[in-house]
Design a binder for this molecule. Structure first.
Ligand SMILES: Cc1cc2nc3c(=O)[nH]c(=O)nc-3n(C[C@H](O)[C@H](O)[C@H](O)COP(=O)(O)OP(=O)(O)OC[C@H]3O[C@@H](n4cnc5c(N)ncnc54)[C@H](O)[C@@H]3O)c2cc1C
Ligand code: FES
Length: 338
């Protein structure tokens, strides 16, 4: 019997390792070629410290010199003293993967669909050549995809909770001109060979223990589609979730039916779109995502996840910094261009 641990590094590289019931996290990682930083192996030096971000664990010993009570209360553990007690858990190590001899993984596949979902975005579906070869990731993370026929790579957030029948989906904005945008609009054909690298990124859904604010700008929605799908599948989330979804024009709105289905399936999930340059016919809200922030909702402790163009993330961060809102953790993914 074994459980699975996601090991996330500061540079966003993630490795999934199988951990036997009586095995220490440190040993399981080494068995999978991930050499976590360790020194004393006795719970004293804290070289192997990490943050448990989800899952249940049993920790054998923590010396008072290693971690403070406050750090332990926040979820810090020692990999040399930790065993898993749930089927899945994730741990964040504040070191770069390169010092743990971890290489990124390349996967090959074919384009199996390109589906327009709005005037300015499409879903790219990739079917992996080897469906038996695992590509685990945490919803919210991303892959780098090589644009077929070029040597250019672009980053895209996974738009589903996991690989399904060997298929991956990505929600991609089509710019008027751009290497991936031009490929998807003009040249993409079902059957094109395509390569990707992943999983990458430290933007992923942590254990949901308090209300969630999700803020999506344009195709930043992609990461939330994966996160929400996971919450529906697990069926355990009772916390309220508010998704503020901002786009430039109403024609950019994507996947509203999918969001409506999440709202049906989750006990307290509300999403609202807002359009910056709306036409006269638009009946909904006009403005930017911050105009949707509900001060009552944000007066309680919460976790905030922001994903999309850098100006939207900066504006949202500034809004939260300048207002009297509840204590919160903030995670974000900026769609910076390559
Ligand atoms: C971690 C990460 C995750 C990402 N996830 C997604 C995702 O899930 N969905 C998605 O659509 N994009 C995502 N992006 C952005 C994506 O990687 C590309 O930058 C984007 O798709 C443009 O690629 P392109 O090849 O079409 O254009 P490029 O050839 O890269 O750029 C063409 C021109 O457009 C400009 N440009 C690039 N991006 C923008 C922009 N957003 N707005 C205006 N002008 C721009 C460039 O400066 C350049 O002048 C992500 C980026 C990062 C870093
Ligand atoms: S290696 Fe020293 S506390 Fe784990």
């Amino acid at each position: 019997m074994h459980n699975t641990a996601a090991i996330v590094f500061r540079d966003g590289i993630t490795r999934f390792v199988k951990v036997d019931n009586d095995e220490l996290l440190m040993d399981a990682a080494r068995r999978h070629g991930v050499n976590l930083p360790v020194d004393c192996r006795e719970g004293v030096c804290a070289t192997c410290r990490c943050l448990r971000e989800s899952g249940e664990v049993e920790v054998e010993y923590i010396d008072e010199e290693a971690l403070t009570e406050e750090e332990i209360a926040k979820g810090h553990v020692l990999a040399c003293q930790t065993r898993l007690r749930s089927t899945h858990a994730s741990f964040y190590f504040d070191v770069d993967s390169s010092i743990c001899s971890v290489a990124t993984e390349l996967h090959d596949g074919i384009v199996s669909a390109v589906e327009p979902v709005s005037d300015g975005a499409a879903i790219l579906e990739i079917t992996l050549d080897d469906p038996a070869r695992a590509l685990p990731y945490l919803p919210g993370q991303y892959a780098r995809i090589e644009v077929p026929g070029t040597n250019e790579w672009r980053a895209y957030s996974f738009a589903t909770a996991a690989v399904r029948e060997g298929k991956l989906r990505f929600l991609i904005r089509l710019l008027p001109s751009g290497v991936m945008s031009d490929y998807l609009r003009d040249r993409a054909r079902v059957g094109d060979a395509i390569s990707l690298e992943g999983p990458l990124g430290a933007f992923y859904l942590r254990e949901v223990q308090r209300p969630l604010l999700m803020v999506a700008g344009g195709t930043g929605l992609s990461a939330f589609l994966g996160m929400l799908e996971e919450l529906v599948e697990k069926g355990e989330c009772t916390q309220p979730i508010r998704l503020c979804y901002g786009v430039t024009q109403e024609q950019d709105l994507s996947e509203l039916d999918r969001l409506a289905a999440f709202a049906e399936a989750l006990p307290d999930f509300v999403f609202e779109p807002i359009v910056m340059n709306a036409s006269a016919a638009w009946q909904g809200k006009r403005g930017v995502v911050c105009d949707l922030f509900d001060r009552d909702f944000l007066s309680q402790p919460f976790d905030a996840y922001l994903c999309g163009p850098p100006p939207m993330i900066e504006a949202s961060r500034q809004w939260l910094e300048e207002r009297e809102v509840g204590e919160h953790r903030l995670f974000f993914e900026k769609f910076v261009s390559s």
